[in-house]
Ligand binder design. Structure first.
Ligand code: ADP
Ligand code: ZN
Length: 812
């Protein structure tokens, strides 16, 4: 039998390799499992992609070992990986590596095991006594069981090598090269327990001769669990490890390891709030329920607060009733919390969470729970689209328009689009929900590719909030640098008196604090990236938000030596300080990258906000999405037009979505909400339509503009970007790519650019890009693949990276 194997992590463009399978292993090796294979002079871990009877290659090597007892990827996940590689123009190995959690990319470890006790001096013909570190090591290995060489080095430091060598020479330890069960960083809890009960006279003798050891034995024997952890024993007995070692050697105690799952969910579950579905919700649920069992994509277009989540929950219930599992994707980690709470309240414990905020070990635990079929529902951010749910019956993507679904590293996949393909391969429906569907998605709904389900009103006939636009050109802000107009201040004060909560949104991207010299006009730039450095007052630091370059704010201009450096712009931090002055007595919270860098802090701030411990919450993008907090009656947008000025064909769409989403946070409870939007461009269509909650007018205009300009969904784009430290080589490479695309002369395929990227330099690299455009996505991808592969080798020698991005989002 032949096994096709793809090595992970992907080693270049190797593709799949053929290996023979020993007759003895034929029963155990199946597609989707990890195997250990020889690769040149080394050994590598790979995934079996398929089994075959014959190979076209002569002289194949043997698979060395199977590392799993169950496939990690089932047949449909394997198909999904094939599609990923084909669609996103990467190798199959890269696709498989992307689909698997990082922790399966295990290394091969050398594991040391104690095999016999120390010989007495002279007994083995040697007279030199062992170094004391060797005896200590053997003692330790006897007590705790086999250990990796790395763990031994951690314990003994510089003496590890000599100690190990001495023990090997005397045959006291055996060293295996081993993939430790192939189970990644699984956490084991180590216990000590009684292995053999002592007979009465034996016990008496022991108690008499070695009372301290006997005490440990007695403790274990009398223990209510009849076993104890090392930490517990160490806390109870001085030098417990040595005493346990003696008990183990005498065969009365033993070490047991139990696999444990790290719990990533909070212990308490909230209350379920069952509701009676509205007529529109009922129709939507019925459409999904009737379509279970076949692939179909539904676009659930419901205004903010229309009860989309309730539609998901009912659809999930129908899916579970059909003995199938459900996958729910949200754009951000913070949104998983709220949704997981609601799902657990309704469906109980068979829920798993997957997102990048988990440690490798936590993610691996959740992954195995899912793969073993212990889980009925998975909730997660982008990468959860690869959750190994068996019997998948429903895929939900909430806030499907969100750019966070787009992966901007490695394989640049869009989690939403992969989710739809996953549903297709599983033969089940996908539900894409949004108040502001992506223009492409809406177009698919209009043309009938997706089935459109609409929730046109908020539940219980709650009104959408009234939106006031403040023209900042006429209403000067209070204070020079902080953007809070008198109208917004008045509204904040009134809302405080009325005991409502106020949410203030500042889109800080490209609008942070920076330092500028009033003499020569130079702004302080990052030396690695062509962007201004951001001033963080509390940390007294200037910092680049792209590469993390950080310096103390200088006293004088590095350009002209002038002494009047001035801070411009307003960051969330500054707004927070201003608010505290304007609203004495108000409880003000802030949520942005700085206040949420610690694990779990975002969840804490958000929980406090829900419990009404803040009157005002100021924040960046993080606060705009999804959250359902009934106490919010005022939303302020400090500067609506920030995102309008981005050099990106989606700038208008993004701005509209952002404003609609943030406005949608207001008035979700029984009291109506109000929104104040400050802007320098009150006449802009995105601003006007968002103020009127008018998605329809906006999307019609936007679609017309896209058609006219030839942008998606009326054309498909592939971006190719070249990045290198040498500006000339980088430019030469991007021009070579352009020439190749033109030379391929694929019908209807054109090149836009090349141009320097809007951020021309990032992390010391110069950046050039071009777009391959065609009405046919397949033609654009074919041309892009051929052209990027044609230059790959020269690019590598020239030190230029060539990055391919299918359906690009980030134009910066
Ligand atoms: P969306 O996701 O569309 O913005 P949610 O699903 O968060 O809206 O629902 C908004 C609020 O309305 C939630 O508090 C939810 O519990 C409540 N809700 C949903 N459906 C109903 C209903 N049929 N009747 C009463 N309340 C509902
Ligand atoms: Zn930088």
């Amino acid at each position: 039998m032949i096994a096709r194997v793809v090595v992970i992590p992907a080693a270049g463009d190797t593709g799949t390799l053929d290996y023979t399978v020993d007759p003895g292993m034929e029963a155990t090796v199946r597609p989707g499992m990890r195997v250990l294979v020889p690769l040149g002079a080394r050994r590598a871990v790979g995934i079996v992609t398929e089994l075959a009877d014959a190979s076209s290659h002569p002289r194949l090597k043997n698979i060395l070992a199977a590392l799993d007892s169950q496939p990690l990827l089932d047949a449909s996940m394997m198909q999904l990986c094939r599609w990923l590689a084909d669609y996103y123009l990467c190798s199959f190995g890269e696709a498989v590596s992307t689909a698997l959690p990082g922790s399966v990319r295990i290394s091969i470890e050398r594991v040391v095991k104690a095999v016999r006790p120390l010989p007495a001096v002279g007994e083995d013909g040697r007279t030199a006594p062992l170094p004391s570190s060797a005896a200590q090591l053997l003692e330790w290995l006897t007590t705790v069981g086999p250990q990796s060489t790395r763990a031994i080095e951690d314990k003994l430091g510089a003496q590890a090598r000599a100690a190990l060598a001495a023990l090997r020479r005397r045959g006291c330890v055996a060293v295996d090269e081993e993939v430790r069960g192939g189970d990644g960083p699984t956490r084991h809890q180590r216990y000590y327990r009684i292995a053999r009960e002592l007979a009465a006279d034996e016990a008496r003798a022991w108690r008499h001769k070695r009372p301290a050891q006997y005490a440990v034995y007695a403790y274990l024997q009398a223990h209510p669990l009849r076993r104890a952890r090392a930490a517990e024993l160490n806390a109870t007995f001085p030098n417990a490890t040595a005493k346990l070692g003696a008990l183990i050697r005498a065969g009365c105690a033993e070490v047991v390891e139990e696999e444990m799952y790290r719990s990533v969910l909070p212990a308490e579950v909230g209350d379920d709030r069952p509701v009676r579905l509205t007529a529109a919700q009922c129709d939507a649920v019925k459409a999904v329920r009737d379509g279970l069992g076949a692939f179909r994509t539904h676009l659930l277009w419901g205004v903010t607060g229309s009860g989309k989540t309730e539609v998901y929950l009912h659809s999930i219930a129908a899916c579970l009733a059909a003995q199938r599992t459900a996958l729910v994707l949200v754009p951000e980690i913070s949104l998983t919390h709220q949704l997981v709470d609601r799902i657990r309240a309704r469906f109980g414990e068979r829920v798993a969470v997957l997102h990048s905020g988990l440690s490798d070990g936590e993610r691996w635990d959740e992954w195995r729970r899912i793969a073993r079929g212990d889980v009925a529902i998975v909730v997660g951010a982008r990468s959860a689209v690869f959750a190994p749910l068996p019997h998948l019956g429903l895929v939900v993507v909430d806030e499907e328009h969100d750019a966070a679904f787009k992966q901007e590293d490695g394989i640049r996949y869009n989690g939403r689009d992969v989710a739809v393909m996953r549903a297709k391969l599983a033969g089940c429906p996908a539900v894409l929900g949004s108040a502001t569907p992506a223009v492409e998605t809406f177009h698919n709904g209009q043309t009938g590719r997706y089935e459109m389900l609409t929730l046109p009103e908020r539940v219980e006939a709650r009104p959408l909030p009234a939106v006031d636009i403040v023209d900042l050109r006429r209403a000067p802000a209070v204070g020079k640098l902080v953007l809070i107009s008198p109208r917004l201040v008045a509204a904040l004060k009134a809302n405080l008196v009325a005991r409502g909560q106020s949410l203030l949104f500042l889109n800080r991207r490209g609008f942070a604090n920076f330092l500028q010299c009033l003499q020569c006009g130079e702004a302080l730039l990052c030396p690695n990236c062509s962007v201004t450095l951001t001033l963080h007052r509390r940390m007294r630091a200037l910092r680049c938000h792209h590469c993390d370059y950080t310096i103390a704010p200088p006293d004088m201009c590095p350009g002209c030596g002038g002494l009047s450096l001035s801070a411009w712009g307003a960051g969330t931090e500054q707004v927070e300080a201003a608010l505290r002055q304007m609203l004495p007595g108000a409880r003000v919270g802030r949520m942005d990258r700085d206040t949420t860098s610690r694990k779990g802090s975002q969840r804490e701030i958000f929980a406090a906000w829900e419990r009404r411990e803040y009157d005002v919450l100021i924040g960046t993008q993080m606060i705009t999405k999804g959250h359902d907090v009934p106490g919010v009656t005022l939303v302020g947008v400090l500067l609506a037009d920030v995102s309008l000025n981005f050099p990106d064909f989606r700038a208008a769409e993004r701005t509209f979505q952002l404003l609609t989403q943030v406005a949608g946070r207001a008035g979700r409870g029984t009291r109506p909400g109000r929104v104040i939007v400050q802007t320098l461009q009150p006449e802009h269509l995105s601003v006007r339509c968002a103020a009127q909650h008018d998605y329809h007018t906006f999307v019609e205009h936007e679609l017309a503009a896209r058609r006219e300009l030839g942008y998606p969904p009326f054309a498909r784009l592939v971006q190719i970007r070249c990045e290198g430290e040498n500006p000339e080589a980088t430019e030469r490479m991007v021009r070579a790519v352009a020439t190749h695309v033109a030379g391929i002369a694929e019908k209807g395929v054109e090149v836009l650019g090349p141009t320097p990227a809007p951020i021309e330099r990032l992390r010391r690299r110069y950046r050039w890009q071009l777009l391959v455009r065609s009405r046919s996505g397949a033609a654009a991808r074919r041309a892009a693949r051929a052209a990027s592969e044609a230059v790959r080798r020269t690019a590598r020698t020239a030190g230029v990276r060539v990055l391919v991005d299918v359906d690009p989002y980030a134009m910066l």
